[in-house]
Design a protein around this ligand. Structure first.
Ligand SMILES: Cc1cc2nc3c(=O)[nH]c(=O)nc-3n(C[C@H](O)[C@H](O)[C@H](O)COP(=O)(O)O)c2cc1C
Length: 364
């Protein structure tokens, strides 16, 4: 009998100011079930409470403003109504001894005019149309050419991140995770496939990392660096993201983050939800060593991989995404070495309680 329960994965830890019961994080998972006004539906409280035995829950990506939206039915956290709708979620998770941060999101060009205020073009570093399609209220539609942000608009987006972070604390979240991954706005500024600017925000690595650092600084000032995490995905091709030379770019980014005393750095190692392979010359462990703070690993982990990563010092925490969808009690199942349920693909995005709050725990 393997004694999974004694794994260091299940030992308490701390990320910045946040004490965690174990080293298992629930990765951010968009479920596209928000209601009018981009408020989480009431059953989001049940959904997150069911998963509160994770050491840390990271919510689904959550908009910081109306222009930040890129998918139908995703929630926000910048109006009083949204704060009020999130509060029962954080209270229910805390009542079960869990901790929860919200993932703050601006999608940039990965959007569609039908999701934008006044049907305007989505905002981006540069007017470069991404490949792929947007998930709109009337189905999939091709992405359109975005509009390059003006300098004063960049300042506004930075302020919107800080505002949403303050709102997150008002709603009872333990902190926030800044979404710098998966080809959304921050990642678009970082990578030269999407960033063609010739001003202070484009060209050199120093310039392309400027927006990231400004957001991290503003959020850290608003709620404390020790309650601020950051997610990056240096080699993912998700949402048409690409860069001609990612390792020096992300090395510079990680070095520069050290001055903020962040709660944690969350890395998607490989293609998001796909192969963990990286090109020769790219080294996640070198980035981990360069970062002075807790390192959260993600992408394709199972118990054995996560256990080994913690034991061998390759990660401080491990985030599980897809396994949490159909296994609300993932921590207990991994401890017991119990089989895992498989999520139903049809109900991943959109819909109601079915495929959302009706996956049973093992004991049930
Ligand atoms: C249904 C679904 C929704 C997702 N939504 C988000 C999201 O909102 N924010 C994010 O950063 N990643 C999102 N991801 C990526 C996951 O957080 C995670 O990186 C990916 O599933 C790989 O981890 P896993 O192998 O443990 O599932 C999503 C993935 C899935 C399957």
């Amino acid at each position: 009998m393997p004694d999974n329960a004694s794994s260091p994965l299940f030992q308490p830890t701390r990320v910045g100011a946040i004490e965690l019961a174990n080293r298992v994080a629930m990765a951010p998972l968009t479920r596209s079930r928000a209601l009018k006004g981009d408020v989480p539906r009431p059953s989001a409280t049940t959904y997150y409470a069911q998963r509160a035995s994770a050491g840390l829950i990271i919510t689904e990506a959550t908009q910081i403003s109306w222009t930040a939206k890129g998918y139908a039915f995703t929630p926000g956290l910048f109006t009083e109504e949204q704060v009020a709708a999130w509060r029962p979620v954080t209270e229910a998770v805390h009542a079960r001894g869990g901790r929860i941060v919200t993932q703050l999101w601006h999608v940039g060009r990965i959007s569609h005019p039908s999701l934008q205020p006044g049907n305007a073009r989505p905002l981006a570093p540069s007017a470069v149309t991404p490949k792929g399609q947007a998930f709109t209220e009337t189905g999939f539609q091709p992405h359109e050419e975005p509009r390059a942000l003006e300098l004063e608009e960049i300042r506004q987006v930075v302020a919107d991140f800080a505002h949403a972070a303050s709102m997150a604390r008002q709603a009872g979240f333990d902190g926030v995770e800044i979404h710098g991954a998966n080809g959304y706005l921050i990642d678009q500024f970082l990578r030269n496939g999407a960033n063609k600017r010739t001003d202070l925000y484009g060209g050199s690595i120093e310039n392309r990392t400027r927006f990231l650092f400004e957001v991290v600084e503003a959020v850290s000032q608003a709620i404390g660096g020790d309650r601020t995490g950051l997610r990056l995905s240096p080699v993912t091709p998700a949402n048409d993201s690409n860069d001609s030379d990612p390792f020096p770019l992300f090395s510079h980014a990680v070095e520069g983050l050290n001055r903020f005393g962040l709660a944690y750095l969350h890395m998607i190692e490989g293609a998001t939800g796909g192969p963990r392979d990286v090109a020769p010359g790219f080294d996640f462990q070198a980035l981990r060593r360069a970062f002075r703070g807790p390192y959260m690993a993600n992408n394709g982990y199972d118990f054995a991989m996560a256990d080994a990563a913690i034991r061998e010092g390759r990660a401080d925490l491990v985030a599980f995404g897809r396994p949490f969808i159909a296994n609300p009690d993932l921590v207990e199942r991994m401890k017991a070495g119990a089989p895992l349920a498989t999520p139903d693909r049809e109900t991943l995005y959109g819909g109601d309680e079915h495929g959302y709050t009706d996956y049973p725990a093992l004991a049930a």
